[in-house]
Design a protein around this ligand. Structure first.
Ligand code: SF4
Length: 217
């Protein structure tokens, strides 16, 4: 099966998925969108109000901000693949629960495997935790890190940045580092493994409280 067929199959399965309780309250599941051969993948947390209405990722205020950030580094959203760690909206934009993340993870894994991006930008602490479970976003944001041979760049969620003006400057600065990270990923491909990986000797830390992160959807 080629990449487009795999992505289409995942999207079709997501749209009718009942693997976790989020399917009860969703209006539209949001599989994600973007070119099948995208070099860059953005992974957010979960659909918000407008995403649930339209079945598309990042179409609310946070999505508009994301498009502005992409434009700052000469990228358009049509050039990147955008998805979330959970494909259905958590009620009231609450944080996704562990069992919801686990239930939905297979779809994201298949999307990553099919697209095989050279760089993944995580938006928010839950998508960061998929690749860097021991990291704190306040310590690693904007820092490109090789994880299992793929370059991961953790960033704050655009919605969090919209809510907290001080974070907005941080996110803008972090995005400005993206072109260099993309060049690095293009140059080194998938050859490297876990360089600059977070210190796994530490005990996992509880996620920081960025509970307003999704509140603007
Ligand atoms: S969030 Fe994921 S696992 Fe849960 S119902 Fe939606 S598609 Fe299925």
């Amino acid at each position: 099966m080629n990449t487009m067929d795999t992505l289409a199959e995942v999207a079709a399965q997501v749209k009718v998925c009942e693997k976790c309780a989020l399917h009860f309250s969703r209006k539209n599941a949001v599989p994600g969108e973007g070119p099948a051969d995208s070099e860059i993948m953005f992974i957010g947390e979960g659909p918000g109000f407008y995403e649930n209405e339209q079945g598309r990722p990042f179409v609310g205020q946070a999505g508009k901000f994301l498009e502005e950030l992409l434009a700052e580094v000469n990228l358009k959203r049509e050039q990147v693949f955008i998805t979330n760690v959970v494909k259905c909206r958590p009620p009231g934009n609450r944080d996704p629960l562990p069992e919801e993340l686990t239930a939905c993870n297979g779809y994201l894994e298949r999307q990553i495997e099919a697209i095989d991006p050279c760089i993944i930008v995580t938006l928010g602490r839950y998508s960061m935790a998929k690749f860097m479970p021991f990291a704190r976003i306040s310590e690693v944001h904007g820092r490109a890190t090789w994880v299992n041979g793929r370059l991961i760049v953790p960033m704050y969620h655009p919605a969090a940045a919209l809510h907290q003006p001080s974070l907005k400057t941080t996110v803008v600065q972090d995005f400005k580092k993206l072109p260099a990270a993309i060049e690095q990923a293009r140059k080194d491909g998938h050859k490297k493994a876990d360089q600059e990986a977070p210190d796994t000797r530490q005990e996992p830390k509880p996620p920081e409280d960025t509970s307003q992160q999704l509140s603007l959807f």
